[in-house]
Design a protein around this ligand. Structure first.
Ligand SMILES: C[S@@+](CC[C@H](N)C(=O)[O-])C[C@H]1O[C@@H](n2cnc3c(N)ncnc32)[C@H](O)[C@@H]1O
Length: 138
């Protein structure tokens, strides 16, 4: 089976090399911008400052075949699905963060952990663990 991704835009960050990138999202990090392509601007309706969103993005030029790796954080040798490594069969990054500002054609957030101009796959309202638990209880 084949699937087709449509990139909805790109992410502007201050990082131009992997070494400069934080290992994971930093909520007090520098401003980053999700720049949407013109054809997807209508999809921004309803997004607002302070809202928590899940951002999905695409890692380029990574190793997609290495199913066991050492964690950069703990050094532990583990399967790719137990790690947040960008080197994975489908190199998709996922971060939850808060919207700082909604601008014309862009969403400002803080501290993303990706290279400048990383391709943007999707944005969704975040569902945090608390609300998952209360859904299960209700
Ligand atoms: C460990 S991943 C975590 C990503 C996301 N927070 C997640 O949990 O899915 C973040 C790392 O991916 C690498 N990276 C960032 N942008 C990249 C890009 N555009 N292409 C390839 N690797 C990238 C950097 O080494 C960065 O520190």
């Amino acid at each position: 089976m084949e699937a087709e991704l449509k990139f909805i835009g790109r992410i502007e960050t201050p990082y131009n090399t992997i070494d400069e990138c934080p290992r994971n999202v930093q909520h007090d990090g520098p401003e980053c911008r999700l720049i949407l392509s013109k054809e997807y601007l209508d999809g921004m309706l309803g997004l607002s400052e302070g809202q928590e969103i899940l951002i999905l993005y695409w890692f380029e030029k990574v190793n997609r075949d290495n199913l066991r790796q050492n964690s950069r954080r703990t050094g532990e040798y583990a399967g790719v699905f137990a790690l947040r490594t960008p080197h994975r069969p489908n190199p998709i990054g996922a971060s939850v963060t808060k919207i700082e500002k909604v601008e014309d054609g862009a969403i400002v957030v803080r501290g993303l952990d990706c290279l400048n101009n990383t391709l943007l796959i999707d944005i969704k309202p975040a569902m945090v663990a608390e609300s998952i638990n209360s859904d299960l209880l209700s």
